[in-house]
Every structure is written in structure tokens, then in C-alpha cells.
Design a protein around this ligand. Structure first.
Ligand SMILES: C[S@@+](CC[C@H](N)C(=O)[O-])C[C@H]1O[C@@H](n2cnc3c(N)ncnc32)[C@H](O)[C@@H]1O
Length: 444
């Protein structure tokens, strides 16, 4: 087996799991990279890029295959379908691999998987696409940006075509690895020099001095700064939730949907050893993920427990200075990081999620002390789940919106800041798509 075929077989197996058996791409890819640790850095990055790219561009890739193949993608044998999809991605988007090599490797792979009789078909379709790739034209924005058409129509209506296209284009750009510095653990200089000592390239973010972009590293888990809890992987918009919450020394915070703990760890860091953050999530497994992060960071002012946010907790009524409700959502703001979400989410899920959020908010608002804050956030850009629920909440509970303009006006020109919330849009703003709203409980 050549090295090339080896990595291509891994790509094929991973893609089969994602595209034929609905396994989440980030989970199966991480498992595969852990399993094949003996592969060198170039092979690992080939696997990552080919898997992620094929999933990202799936709608466009299937359009191209259907255009050039007499047998349509849907009717193909799953293995052949996956071999063609990963090969078309390489032909269209990976200049480093010559098309002839892509075709040859695809044919070898088909034979290896016992489809010797389809070698000619695979070869013919791929060579045809390779010959004609310069003439390809996209029939619409759904194919151009590989986003299901119902989502494109919804965003066109909500945000207009120009903004929608900017957002969709940004999802196709390389997602950066961003970490937040736990500044209560170590000075910024110490953290940066630990990273640089391990040859990590570090770039400062324009939004916050505690956020840095990491490049040229292999394993996050292998970094000393990570092992010592100096850094937390977190996008800028996710860290803005902690900035919006703005806990004060000694505050008691409850994070009602907290796994794996990114935002709670941020609150604990901001409290610098004072106060307490109680992080909750639905299952033992989810809470174990939070606990792993707590142990790694070594903070004493944070604890995790299993609790269903839909179940009222009478012991917590009016106990919290801050309740963080980072709610389950459609995830449409992070398609750049988790592209398979766009194929999984269905229109009816948006209604279901919006009503689940209302149920959770109705329960957990009771935990906020009079004068305390409720932070409502999601990683989606769906209005139903965000602005509409924010407005609904204000109409139904004794809270007022907190003016966020002073806090964020230097970073973002967003009109709604003065009304207590911001909708961050990738490509328009330099971060993932997030909704952040801040509400204060009225004092009777
Ligand atoms: C957006 S994620 C939270 C991310 C987390 N705040 C962070 O920054 O790392 C939403 C979480 O809500 C949890 N969840 C969903 N339904 C829940 C419920 N009824 N009670 C508690 N947690 C729930 C999910 O398990 C998931 O971990």
C-alpha cells in the first residue's frame, strides 16, 4: 500500500461514516486522527482538508457529478459515490494534487473495495470533470455556496441577498483555531512564550487582547499552554458572551446548559478565584467533559453537575447574580466549523428549537436575583431562535434589556446593542455567527 492510498482509504472510511451513516464529521475525524497517529503531518492535513472540504462543498460536488455522469449520485453505490465526491473535491479545490493522480488513486480505491467492474466508470466521470472544470457554472447560490436552498431563501428574506452571500462565502473560508487566554492563570507574555517555544505561530485578534489565533501546530493536547490550562479553545463570539456577562468579584453564576464548559471557564477566570460558577448539563457524559476542562484549568471557583434545565430547581430561585443560558440551537452560525449541520437541520427543527429555548428560559429566569442578569446566547443566525425569542422573553417576564452600546461600541457598529442584544454574522463580523442578549431582572 502506498502512503497516498493509505490516507485516501482513511478519507473514504471517514466520509462513509459522515455521509452514509450520519456521524458528526468533527467527531469521526478526530477519532481517525487519534487512531492513525503514526501518519506524518502532511498526511494528516491531507485527510483533514479532504474530509472537511468534501463535506463543505457537498451540494456543489453532487451537482458537478450529476452534470457529468449518466448515473446520478443518489443512485450510485455508496462507496463509489464517496470515492467520486472526495475526488471531485480534490480536482476542484486542491491544486497541489494533479488531476491525473486523483483519477488513478480513485480507480485503485474502487478496485480495492471490490468494485473492479466500475473502474472504467470512475475513471470516465473524473477525467470528464477534470477536462471541463474551467467551464463549470453554478445554477444558483445554493450550489455556489453549497448551502441547502431552504436556508438560502430564509436568509435572503431575513438579511438580504448581499449579506447572505457574504455569510455563506465566509463559511467556505478556512476556519481559524482561536484560543482565549486564561489571564488569571498566567501573564499573557508567559502564555505566548510557552506557545512560541513549541513553534506555534500566534497572531493577535483585532477584537480582544485575550484572544489569539494559533497556526502551525499539530495537536492542541500536546501544547504545554493547553495542558497547564493557560488557554481555552473558544471562538471570539463565544468569548464575547463572557464579556457581555461581565461578572463582578464574588458573583454566583449558574450556567444552565454548559458543556463542554468554554463560557463557564471564562466566567471563572474573570472572577479570579472569587465567587462560584455552577455549570450544568443534561448527562453524566456532558458533565464529564466540563469536569475535564475544570481539572485542566485548575480553577477552584467552578463546579459541575448534572441537571436538566427544563426541571425547576427550587433551591436556586433568586440565588444567581448571573444566569447564563447558552441554549441548544440550530448551529447555523458555525457552519464554517461544523459544515454537516447544514445538511442535518430541517425547517421544522428551527420551530422545535425555538420553543425548547422558550421552555428553558421560562424555567431558569427564576434563578436570577432581582437586579441580576440573564445572558441568552446561541450559535445560530436564525431569527426565530434569536431576536424573536428575545422579544418574546421581554414581553413575558419582569426583565429589561441592558444597554450594551458602551461595552461593545468600539468593536461593533450594531444598532441593536442599545436594545440589549447583538446578532453577529460571519463575514460581516470577524467571528462565528452568534446571538448574545443581556437582560436584567427588575427590582420590584
Ligand atoms: C450550545 S451548547 C453549550 C456550550 C457551552 N456553553 C460552552 O460554551 O462550552 C448547549 C448545551 O446544552 C445542553 N442541553 C440541551 N438541553 C439541555 C437541557 N434540557 N438541560 C441542560 N442542558 C441541556 C447540551 O447538552 C449542550 O451541551
Amino acid at each position: 500500500m502506498t502512503k497516498d492510498t493509505d490516507s485516501r482509504e482513511i478519507v473514504l472510511d471517514v466520509l462513509m461514516e459522515i455521509l452514509e451513516h450520519s456521524v458528526y464529521s468533527h467527531i469521526i475525524l478526530r477519532q481517525a486522527l487519534n487512531k492513525y497517529q503514526y501518519l506524518d503531518k502532511a498526511e494528516r492535513s491531507f485527510i483533514t482538508r479532504t474530509v472537511e472540504g468534501t463535506v463543505e462543498y457537498l451540494i456543489q460536488i453532487d451537482y458537478v457529478i450529476d452534470f457529468f455522469s449518466s448515473t446520478k449520485v443518489k443512485k450510485m453505490k455508496p462507496v463509489i459515490r464517496s470515492i467520486l465526491r472526495m475526488s471531485v473535491y480534490q480536482i476542484l479545490y486542491m491544486d497541489r494534487v494533479p488531476d491525473s493522480a486523483v483519477c488513478n488513486e480513485a480507480v485503485k480505491l474502487a478496485a480495492k473495495r471490490k468494485f473492479v467492474g466500475l473502474k472504467g466508470f470512475v475513471n470516465g466521470v473524473l477525467r470528464n470533470i477534470s477536462r471541463n472544470k474551467e467551464t463549470l457554472a453554478w445554477p444558483d447560490d445554493s450550489v455556489r455556496y453549497s448551502v441547502p436552498s431552504w436556508i438560502v431563501s430564509m436568509w435572503n428574506q431575513d438579511y438580504g441577498k448581499e449579506t447572505t452571500n457574504t455569510v455563506m462565502a465566509s463559511f467556505l473560508e478556512n476556519s481559524k483555531t482561536i484560543v482565549r487566554l486564561n489571564s488569571s492563570k498566567a501573564e499573557k507574555d508567559e502564555i505566548l512564550s510557552s506557545l512560541r517555544k513549541q513553534n506555534v505561530q500566534v497572531a493577535e485578534s483585532v477584537i480582544s487582547e485575550d484572544m489569539v489565533i494559533l497556526e502551525k501546530f499539530d495537536y492542541m493536547e500536546g501544547l504545554e499552554a493547553f495542558q497547564k490550562g493557560y488557554i481555552q479553545v473558544q471562538d471570539i463570539s463565544s468569548a464575547l458572551v463572557g464579556e457581555a456577562a461581565d461578572p463582578k468579584e464574588g458573583d454566583f453564576c449558574i450556567d444552565v446548559c454548559g458543556a463542554p464548559g468554554g463560557k463557564s471557564i471564562h466566567l471563572a477566570d474573570k472572577l479570579s478565584g472569587t465567587g462560584m460558577v455552577e455549570v450544568r448539563d443534561l448527562t453524566e457524559y456532558k458533565v464529564s467533559l466540563i469536569q475535564e476542562n475544570i481539572d485542566r484549568c485548575g480553577f477552584d471557583n467552578i463546579r459541575a453537575k448534572v441537571w436538566d434545565a427544563l426541571v425547576p430547581d427550587s433551591d436556586s430561585v433568586e440565588k444567581a447574580d448571573i444566569v447564563l443560558a447558552d441554549l441548544p440551537c440550530s448551529g447555523l452560525g458555525i457552519l464554517g466549523r461544523k459544515p454537516d449541520i447544514k445538511y442535518r437541520v430541517k425547517p421544522e427543527n428551527l420551530d422545535e428549537l425555538a420553543s425548547l429555548q422558550r421552555e428553558i428560559l421560562s424555567v431558569v429566569q427564576a434563578y436570577v436575583k432581582p437586579g441580576g442578569k440573564l445572558i441568552f446566547s446561541t450559535c445560530t443566525i436564525d431569527k426565530k431562535e434569536n431576536e424573536e425569542n428575545f422579544a418574546w422573553f421581554l414581553e413575558n417576564f419582569p426583565f429589561q434589556a441592558v444597554d450594551l452600546e458602551d461595552k461593545f461600541k468600539d468593536q461593533f457598529q450594531i444598532d441593536s446593542l442599545k436594545h440589549g442584544y447583538m446578532q453577529l454574522l460571519p463575514g460581516i463580523h470577524p467571528c462565528d455567527g452568534f446571538f448574545i442578549g443581556v437582560l436584567q431582572k427588575k427590582v420590584e
